[in-house]
Design a protein around this ligand. Structure first.
Ligand code: PGA
Length: 235
């Protein structure tokens, strides 16, 4: 399974390196064989030659250049970063990234062979508009995306469940993952208010290949517990 932590705009460089070191220790001590990804703030990116894979929360589709406030391939290569998160709901809805912009970014990092964790998910009003409307919205987030890219991971994260403590029912997640697997056979993560108290049951749902965790992953012991759940379920 893939257990991923999105640290968002949290943890300094020093805190992140302590976080990753603690995870490495946990992985070694508990013989963890799951894929563990951590997406630190861009200024906290660093090389890591252990088991934890470090990914970028964002980068511009460029090697370098005049794109104030952005980083490019050169800045990822400095730390050996080969994994990127694209389409997170906060980038779509707060930072205003359009589907067209995401596609450009996706194709750029795909051409470089990056592992891409591509996020999709509906806002509350789309969910309340009924299944058909909701699926139409979600499928529009697949437009221009190569769903058969071999290094693709998809994360289904209902926007209304992110950082709110609200989650769909286990049955809802089960149905959604079944539908989404028809769109792409890429590993499919669930994200949105996953925490120690619900991670186990979410990971047990068929077609859930892992989790993408925000707030609860800020506590390394909580995130480690979720990694252990995935390990127990997989073995
Ligand atoms: P959350 O965030 O776990 O705090 O809901 C998940 C995410 O944004 O990836």
């Amino acid at each position: 399974m893939i257990i991923a932590a999105n640290l968002k705009t949290n943890l300094s460089r020093k805190q992140t390196s302590e976080y990753v070191a603690e995870l490495e220790l946990f992985i070694a001590q508990h013989s963890i064989t799951q894929e563990v990804l951590v997406f630190p703030a861009l200024s906290s990116l660093n090389e890591n030659d252990g088991d934890v894979v470090i990914g970028a929360q964002n980068a511009y589709a460029t090697v370098n250049g005049a794109f104030t406030g952005e980083i490019g391939l050169e800045h990822l290569e400095e730390f050996g970063i080969r994994t990127i998160l694209i389409g997170h709901s906060e980038r779509r809805h707060i930072l205003g990234e359009s589907q067209e912009e995401l596609v450009v970014k996706f194709n750029y990092y795909k051409a470089l062979g990056f592992k891409i964790v591509y996020c999709i998910g509906e806002p509350l009003e789309k969910r309340e508009a009924g299944k058909e409307e909701m699926m139409r919205y979600i499928f529009s987030q697949y437009e221009g995306i190569d769903t058969s890219y071999e290094n693709l991971v998809i994360a289904y994260e209902p926007v209304w469940a992110i950082g709110t403590g609200l989650t769909p029912t286990l049955q809802d997640i089960k149905e959604m993952h079944l539908d989404l697997k028809e769109k792409s056979s890429a590993p499919l993560l669930y994200g949105g208010s996953v925490k120690v108290t619900n991670a186990k049951e979410v990971l047990e749902i068929p077609n859930v290949d892992g989790i993408l965790v925000g707030s609860a992953a800020l506590y390394v012991e909580h995130f480690s517990t979720m990694i252990q759940y995935a390990q127990d379920i997989s073995s």
